[in-house]
Design a protein around this ligand. Structure first.
Ligand code: NAP
Length: 241
């Protein structure tokens, strides 16, 4: 774990899959707002390099750390490392995801791809939340943003990337479950759709910048008390499941 900048009293925000793309931009924006950002990636060297691109430019600070959301040992190691440093996670952005089956049809999608996709995009988010949301409940404050996609909307189901799309539907179901489990507290849980964004996943032809893609995620991560919980948002507006 490697820290850049002072990290005194600020709120702590953990972002998964943050070495590139939307996750990295979320870290940049949260750091600019004064958060102590835990920029996590499965490859610690990539986490370090990404953290250096933010450096001390924000009002907050950045700590790079290893986290593979599919490995319980990795989640446990980070949780105990943070506990040893008395760092409490106030904001969790479940951003890490994989897209394996953009060109597959539902009837051809290899079950191995379905399994791998769910393991990262769904079980990964659940496992990381199980490690850090209980602390939020204990301390009486927390924000969780599950980075989802319009591809996961049941209301507009198309043929696009079946394993990926179903994983985002399941992630949205997790948002509902967790919001119900934390109802009445100041722990607010929401899903965000960033839109189609120019990243490795979105490709160079996507209409949105990472800054635009990160906006609703950061808005949900920094909601004031009594803000919405259990919703699905795009461009800061509620959308259908
Ligand atoms: P991206 O550029 O492909 O980045 C994905 C990130 O997830 C990478 O940092 C990757 O790390 C990480 N990751 C994958 N598996 C992981 C694991 N097991 N543990 C930890 N990290 C892991 O994707 P993006 O476009 O920034 O997407 C970010 C989020 O937005 C995703 O949830 C995606 O589904 C969602 N989204 C994106 C778009 C879009 O148009 N881009 C649209 C809708 C929703 P490595 O570098 O190690 O692979």
């Amino acid at each position: 774990m490697h820290s850049i900048g002072g990290m005194a009293e600020s709120r702590v925000a953990l972002v998964t899959g943050a070495n590139r793309g939307i996750g990295l931009e979320v870290c940049r924006q949260l750091s600019a707002r004064g958060y102590h950002v835990l920029l996590t990636a499965r490859d610690p060297a990539k986490a370090d390099a990404a953290a250096r691109t933010i450096g001390t430019s924000g009002a907050g600070s950045v700590t790079a750390a290893r986290l593979d959301v599919t490995k319980e040992t990795s989640i446990r190691a980070l949780a105990s490392d943070l506990a040893a440093r008395s760092l409490h996670v106030d904001v969790l952005v479940n951003n890490a995801a994989i897209l394996l089956d953009e060109d597959e049809g539902m009837l051809e999608t290899p079950i191995a791809d379905l399994r791998a996709t769910f393991e990262t995009n769904v079980q990964g988010a659940v496992a990381v939340s199980q490690a850090f949301v209980p602390g939020m409940i204990e301390r009486g404050h927390g924000r969780v943003v599950n980075v989802s996609s319009e591809a996961g909307q049941l209301a507009s189901r198309e043929t696009y990337a079946p394993a990926y799309s179903m994983s985002k539907t399941a992630l949205n179901a997790f948002t509902r479950q967790l919001a119900a489990a934390t109802r009445g507290t100041d722990v607010l849980i929401n899903s965000a759709c960033p839109g189609w964004v120019r990243t490795d996943m979105g490709g160079p032809g996507a209409p949105r910048s990472v800054e635009e893609g990160a906006d609703t995620i950061v808005w949900l991560a920094t909601l004031a008390p009594k803000g919405p919980t259990g919703g699905f948002f795009s461009d800061r507006r509620k959308i259908e499941w």
